[in-house]
Design a protein around this ligand. Structure first.
Ligand code: NDP
Ligand code: MG
Length: 389
């Protein structure tokens, strides 16, 4: 039996992971499930899967979680430290699917136990890529990408030498507003930005798809995971979302990964790696699909991509500040404090300030340095919002 834990079990990725586990329950010994506010789901899944431990990050929900688990023998815990503790419980495979920078410390804790970490939380590599990859190496932990584009690149690289890679192309649907006239973007509402043309995902990542901040994070994630020069990583708009990534080799070959828009493929690949097993995903009928289209992203429409390039060039702690400022910008958009195009303006302002006065391009010494940068970027972003209010 494989011992597994799921961090962020109640979310979109967490639930897709549970869907796969449920189909083959006898093969897994579920150690820990963690969630946030949705304790009803957390308790239900913990009972169904026979987890040893269920943790909510919210201490205010501890009593309620404990009540729901009364008499089941499942241990309940609450708080950020308890989530990190859950990640340190011995397991053979851990899914990192907490949303945002909150996933960083639990992910690192999982790496410290030298496990296999299925990494959906992209913020881990964006904020602390070099430290995380180095820690995985020292601890003998294996990181398997779960973000669909990175899983696609990973699969295209099986048996290949990374030195033969000329370029990596990750695709983007272009998001909910891709066909809007640029002048109209400023008026986009939260509801309009929250509907994804192809993927069913959490609200935050769906809005990040419309602004391409999601793709911006993924560019940085690609650089950190595969260690390629930023100039060799490209974004291509592909409205059908069926080709997830392409790897171009020095002999001119381009290997594309084609598959349905269903995260259970990438999750299942990471779950069964290095084997391939049956997965409950649609088999594509290319004759019926007929046409796949591609186009270059318009830099005026997607300033987030330009910012990601600047972040990769600057290096150091820039990724941590970029992600933190983006999270505040997204909160402010969802709360109606800034408009859709205001998100990129806020992030750029924070980065400019921190590059000029906070030594953002200096390498971090440790994770505490990254967390400090995260806090500072959030303060700078809040100051910006207070001034522009
Ligand atoms: P969701 O918002 O659907 O789920 C997030 C999970 O994290 C939930 O379990 C939530 O708990 C929990 N959570 C929220 N805040 C905290 C916190 N402060 N501390 C601990 N746990 C917390 O997100 P997704 O599943 O969509 O995404 C998860 C990660 O995977 C993100 O980094 C995203 O970018 C990445 N990803 C997602 C993809 C997708 O298709 N959804 C594709 C590729 C990458 P609760 O809901 O109970 O409050
Ligand atoms: Mg992705």
């Amino acid at each position: 039996m494989r011992r597994i834990s799921i961090l962020g079990a109640t979310g979109s990725i967490g639930q897709s992971t549970i869907d796969l586990i449920r189909r083959d329950r006898e093969s897994y010994d579920v150690v820990a499930l963690t969630g946030g506010r949705n304790i009803e789901q957390l308790a239900r899944d913990a009972v169904e899967l026979g987890a040893k431990l269920a943790v909510t990050c919210d201490p205010g929900l501890y009593a309620s979680l404990k009540d729901r688990l009364a008499g089941t023998g499942i241990q309940a815990a609450a708080g950020d430290a308890a989530v990190v503790d859950a990640a340190s419980r011995p397991a053979d495979w851990i899914m990192s699917a907490i949303v945002g920078a909150a996933g960083l410390l639990p992910g690192i804790q999982a790496i410290r136990q030298g496990t296999t970490l299925a990494l959906a939380n992209k913020e881990t590599l964006v904020a602390a890529g070099p430290l995380v990859m180095a820690a995985a190496k020292t601890q003998g932990a294996r990181i398997l990408p779960v973000d669909s584009e990175h899983s696609a690149v990973f699969q295209a690289l099986v048996g290949e030498d990374i030195a033969a890679v000329e370029r990596i192309i990750i695709t983007a649907s272009g998001g909910a507003l891709r066909d809007w006239p640029i002048e109209r973007l400023a008026t986009a509402t939260v509801a309009e930005a929250s509907t994804h043309p192809n993927w069913a995902m959490g609200q935050r990542i769906t809005i990040d798809s419309a602004s391409m901040f999601n793709k911006a994070l993924e560019l940085i994630e690609t650089r950190e995971f595969f260690g390629v020069d930023p100039a060799r990583i490209e974004v291509l708009i592909h409205p059908e979302s069926l080709v997830h990534a392409l790897v171009g080799f020095r002999d001119g070959a381009l290997m594309a990964h084609v598959g349905p828009s269903d995260m259970r493929h990438a999750i299942g690949y990471a779950l069964h790696w290095p084997e391939r097993r049956d997965l409950p995903v649609e088999r594509l009928d290319l004759a019926r699909i007929g046409t796949l289209t591609f186009r270059a992203p318009d830099p005026m429409r997607y300033p987030a991509l330009r910012l990601a390039q600047a972040v990769m060039q600057a290096g150091g702690k820039s990724g941590a500040a970029f992600n933190a400022a983006k999270e505040i910008a997204l909160d402010a958009f969802i709360e109606g404090r800034i408009g859709f195009v205001g998100m990129a303006g806020l992030v750029e302002d924070v980065l400019d300030k921190m590059w000029s006065s906070d030594g953002l391009n200096r390498a971090p010494n440790n994770i505490e340095d990254i967390l400090e940068t995260d806090r500072l970027a959030r303060r700078r972003a809040s100051d910006f919002l207070a001034i522009s209010a």
